[in-house]
Design a binder for this molecule. Sequence first.
Ligand SMILES: Cc1cc2nc3c(=O)[nH]c(=O)nc-3n(C[C@H](O)[C@H](O)[C@H](O)COP(=O)(O)OP(=O)(O)OC[C@H]3O[C@@H](n4cnc5c(N)ncnc54)[C@H](O)[C@@H]3O)c2cc1C
Length: 398
Amino acid sequence: MGSPSDHYDIVTVGAGVSGCEAALEAAKKNARVLLLEEHPQVGLPSHCSGVVSLSGLELLGLEAHSSFSQKLIHGARFFPPHGESIEVRKKDPVALILNRMKLDQFLAKRAVAEGVELRTKTRASKFERRADEDSLTLADGSKVASKVVIDASGAGSRLPEQAGLQAPDWAQILPGLQYELVEMKEQGDLVELFFGSKRAPGFFAWSIPTGKNSARVGLASKKGNVKKFLDDLVKEQWPRSTIDATKSGSVLVSGPVARCWSPGFIMVGDAAGQVKQTTGGGIVIGGYCGKLGGIAAASAANHNGTEAEQFLRNYDTQWREKFGSDLRKMSLARKLFASLSDETLDRLFSVLRDNVVEIEAEGDMDFQGKIIMKMLKKRNVATLLPRVAADAVKAIFS
Ligand SMILES: Cc1cc2nc3c(=O)[nH]c(=O)nc-3n(C[C@H](O)[C@H](O)[C@H](O)COP(=O)(O)OP(=O)(O)OC[C@H]3O[C@@H](n4cnc5c(N)ncnc54)[C@H](O)[C@@H]3O)c2cc1C
């Protein structure tokens, strides 16, 4: 195939949250932006549970718009492997359950209104950097050229490798499965989280209320048969419910990649591992990093050589300054948590039970570092450390 016939300042690959936000911000800076989406419709298929903190939504500069909002949430109910559940509830709503397909479509529409050219059914298959120009080969063999490519194509992208970078570690991606359940008993205003080796080894199962009698119920797990775990949970908790839809997806818990830029190329969102390792949640972090990436790419497109590179390098510094410290603490919590036996988990949850008031007052769904460190310093957590260490050693050799 010949040389590219289309030339842009920026090509963004993937019209998820991070890609739409990146494209929008770059267009606001007057860059000529092409946004590629491999599927015929933005937002589909959707694997996401759609939980987003209200403070995170604000960080993205968004309001709970009626086109994508489903339900307000006041907190969470935790089910330890054994014993009674624990409720962490706030007086005011803390989170929004949203329809992820509609959110992506809302964001894509906003980007298009700002001048972004959106091409659906268009897959980018190969990245090449030549002199001061990028070339992306599309699935039909045609090429587009740009000054910067923003990879926002989610977990499992091959583009970073072609740009001389590393993608998130596949070995740390957890298979997940989710049902849309209807005809359930009445759903409240709490998210429910279920823990234990019989429910979701190494991770957790969730129930996210979407309406009066409906919820997204799913789980991810590092071992075992996720379908069997999910069916058992549904049978145990909501035996009279009906499954309206089934979705599978990969939950990313690897943490961010070491470097998110190379000349003419940056990664944002899941493609860069910009996800909370404790929950796999990436809407807020990915969306925010998408914004930073779009602004940096627009500046880079206005410069050449090392000056252009400096803007992309700065993007990598900026997003780590904002989220890096919290992500490191979440990584620690995730590594400790993933290897715990049911007995140790039960004990940890009893510490949580003793500290509900503090968690209600100081917990933050997105910036979890502070509360994680506070809990780890509690005396009754410290007494559990030998047990935690023993579980970790056992997990390594099992
Ligand atoms: C089961 C499950 C539940 C989750 N629940 C939550 C939750 O409740 N809250 C939360 O914050 N996060 C949640 N997440 C994580 C969240 O979905 C991701 O972090 C988020 O979608 C990342 O956004 P993104 O824009 O980076 O990538 P994506 O949303 O994956 O978007 C990437 C886009 O790129 C397109 N694409 C891929 N390759 C190409 C290509 N080569 N060319 C063109 N287009 C391409 C894809 O079709 C897709 O539209 C969940 C994940 C899973 C699996």
